[in-house]
Write a protein that binds this ligand. Structure first.
Ligand code: 5GP
Ligand code: ZN
Length: 129
């Protein structure tokens, strides 16, 4: 897609701080981080929004989502601990948000599908709880 900033990043026409790459997916640091760790996971294929995805994109979306815990571990924001998070030894800590902004009311500004992965010490900018 001409004039799509994330297509240009995927094509290495403009620089980004890349943290993961494979044939289908690229992940890089957000240029204006809202939290101490703020990564974006994109498909190399131009898809404007989650609202343009259908069942055929499920494997791609699944791989994007499955990358989040791997990136979180690599960037020190993984969930630690186990159990149900409420009882005894299983007390959990750490963690992050993994989210898609979808369309104008969803706060989407860049119309190339991207998964945000946010984490680290709070406060985080503009993300509430
Ligand atoms: P949205 O609001 O569309 O869900 O999020 C778009 C995100 O892309 C924003 O967090 C913004 O900071 C980030 N962003 C916009 N342009 C660039 C860029 O050129 N490079 C990088 N690394 N991030 C960008
Ligand atoms: Zn694009």
């Amino acid at each position: 897609m001409d004039n799509c900033i994330f297509c240009k990043i995927a094509a290495k026409q403009i620089p980004a701080s890349v943290v993961y790459e494979d044939d289908e997916i690229l992940a890089f640091k957000d240029i204006h981080p809202a939290a101490p760790v703020h990564l974006l996971v994109i498909p190399k294929l131009h898809l404007a929004s989650l609202s343009d995805c259908t069942e055929e994109h499920a494997p791609l979306l699944g791989r994007m989502l499955a990358l989040a815990p791997k990136l979180a571990a690599e960037h020190g924001i993984a969930v630690k601990g186990g159990g149900d998070g409420q009882h005894g030894d299983g007390q959990r800590s750490g963690g992050y948000k993994a989210l898609f902004n979808v369309g104008p009311d969803g706060g989407q500004e860049v119309y190339h599908l991207h998964l945000h992965v946010y984490g680290g010490a709070r406060p985080w900018r503009g993300l509430g709880t």
